[in-house]
Ligand binder design. Structure first.
Ligand code: SF4
Length: 113
C-alpha cells in the first residue's frame, strides 16, 4: 500500500510517498525526508505543547512542552497526565513539571516569578 504525507522536517514541505510494505520512499529532496517517512509510518511521535495551572497564582498558567517527542499512539494518556498536572511558582524555563512522561520529561517553557 502507498501512503502520502508532507515532510515537516524543514519548511520546503516535500510531498513524500512511501510503500508501506517495502518502505521505499519517493518525493524526498534529501535523506531526512526518507527517515521522516519511515519513522512516521513505523513509529510516529509528536512533541506535545500545552499549559499547566499554577496553583499558587490566581488564573495563571505556565506553558509546557515535552523535552522530546512522545509516541503518537500514547497521546491520549499523555494529554490526560498533562491536564492533571499542576505547577507551583516560582517556575523557571526548563523546570521539570512531570518527570518520565513516556521516556521524556514535561518541562516549563516560560518563567513565572
Ligand atoms: S525531504 Fe528534505 S528538503 Fe524535503 S521537506 Fe523533508 S527535510 Fe526538507
Amino acid at each position: 500500500m502507498k501512503k502520502e504525507m508532507i515532510c515537516i522536517v524543514c519548511p520546503r514541505g516535500c510531498t513524500l510517498t512511501i510503500d508501506t510494505e517495502t518502505m521505499a520512499v519517493s518525493g524526498n529532496s534529501c535523506p531526512k525526508g526518507e527517515e521522516y517517512a519511515i519513522n512516521e509510518t513505523t513509529h510516529p511521535v509528536r512533541t506535545v505543547t500545552s499549559s499547566v495551572r499554577v496553583t499558587n497564582r490566581e488564573n495563571v498558567m505556565v506553558s509546557v512542552k515535552t523535552a522530546a517527542p512522545v509516541p503518537k499512539s500514547e497521546m491520549f494518556e499523555v494529554m490526560k497526565r498533562v491536564h492533571a498536572a499542576k505547577a507551583e511558582a516560582p517556575v523557571k524555563i526548563g523546570d521539570v513539571i512531570i518527570k518520565d512522561l513516556y521516556g521524556t520529561d514535561l518541562i516549563a517553557t516560560k518563567t513565572i516569578e
